[in-house]
Design a protein around this ligand. Structure first.
Ligand code: MRU
Length: 359
């Protein structure tokens, strides 16, 4: 990939992250030295994407244990990191995982145990992304062969479920990167993904760096492309997948799934098992949907002709905006869930058979 979303700095204890709010026009690493800074980096979306949020929270716990390894601080760090973003369940998964390891350690051992476990979370995510990539690659290869083996596979994706959202090849993008290595021509339709433009700013940036052919489209274009046979498959990520296969992902994903269903376009969701919330069944009723500041809708940030980065307001300055960050795609609209263990039907039985030890 040529970049790292999160890693331990050379001092061996502080944590370097890529400030994703500045991409694509500025590439800047930020150093986290406290749990509070880790929490802010998640809340303000310097890091974002479900798996990377989890990894940052894990390192946030390590920074907390370095400052004060007491039981009280362990719980305080857990609570403060958990409240940073409500929807991506990887956050809770990583914090639960860290807490389970740390509460069984003597206080004197907690700092080193926390760093070890956080490194494990990062490495595990890397290998999970690769597994998702291998299983998703088979789906892309099948479509390529069905098209006669001489035309690119057109894939639509929403938001950024790429390397930037993870500690590896990404989830939705992993099969795409592996297809390139396998010499399967792929072209990606990149939804710009208002309001924060993760598609335009992040997915376009990372696909471009990797030499993957892509076209940026407005969020409303997908249905038209599907009606005209210009999308062979959709692959998106997820922030929380229910035990019954409902998928909560960036706002607008549901509308893409509806359009895909209406046009017979396969709609796949790529996910690490850490994104499955086994305690939730009905995604629409039970998953908390993050609501963010209206300014994310009313304002747009970008590069001006004179090379400066500026934020401008689009509607009348008095307009109030509603900003729901995620929506839920019911399982019935999902063709398959691409996990690190294989492609599962988006059903309770499908997930159970893939992860029997969890269910
Ligand atoms: C592999 S990332 C999957 C999802 O987290 C991704 O699609 C997404 O919706 C990210 O939302 P964000 O608000 O940028 O954190």
């Amino acid at each position: 990939m040529g970049f790292s979303t999160i890693h331990l700095s050379e001092d061996g204890w502080s944590v370097d992250i890529l400030d994703q709010t500045l991409l694509p026009h500025e590439f800047k690493t930020v150093r986290l030295t406290t749990m509070a800074e880790a929490a802010v980096s998640i809340r303000d979306m310097l890091v974002r994407g479900a798996p990377l949020i989890g990894a940052t929270a894990a390192y946030g716990m390590a920074l907390a244990m370095r400052q004060d390894p007491s039981d009280a601080n362990l719980q305080d760090a857990y609570d403060r990191l958990l409240e940073t973003r409500p929807t991506a369940v990887n956050l809770r998964w990583a914090l639960d995982d860290m807490k389970a390891v740390l509460k069984n350690c003597a206080e004197a051992d907690r700092e080193s145990a926390a760093y070890d476990r956080a490194a494990h979370v990062v490495l595990e995510d890397n290998s999970i992304c690769f597994g998702i990539g291998e299983h998703g690659l088979k789906l892309i290869r099948d479509i390529y062969q069905k098209k006669g083996g001489n035309a690119p596979v057109n894939i639509l994706t929403h938001c950024n479920a790429g390397a930037l959202a993870t500690c590896g090849l990404g989830t939705a993008t992993a099969p795409i990167y592996l297809a390139k290595i396998d010499h399967i021509p792929v072209h990606v339709w990149v939804d710009e993904t208002r309001p924060r433009n993760q598609g335009a700013a992040l997915t376009a940036w990372e696909l471009g760096r990797s030499g993957i052919e892509h076209s940026l489209i407005t969020d409303n274009t997908g249905g038209h492309l599907m009606q005209h046979g210009m999308v062979d498959m959709c692959i998106v990520g997820t922030d929380r997948t229910t035990a019954s296969g409902d998928v909560c992902n960036k706002i607008g994903t549901y509308l893409k799934a509806l359009a895909a269903h209406d046009n017979g376009v396969p709609f796949y969701v790529a996910l690490p098992s850490t994104t499955i919330d086994w305690t939730v069944n009905d995604g629409v009723k039970e998953i908390p949907i993050e609501e963010r500041a209206g300014e994310e809708v009313t304002q747009v940030r970008g590069l001006t002709a004179d090379g400066t980065i500026q934020t401008v307001t689009v509607p009348p300055v008095t307009t109030c905006a509603a900003n729901y960050a995620f929506d839920v795609t019911p399982a019935r609209l999902v063709t398959g869930l691409i996990t690190e263990r294989g492609v599962a039907p988006a059903t309770r039985d499908g997930l159970k058979s893939m992860f029997p030890e969890q269910a």
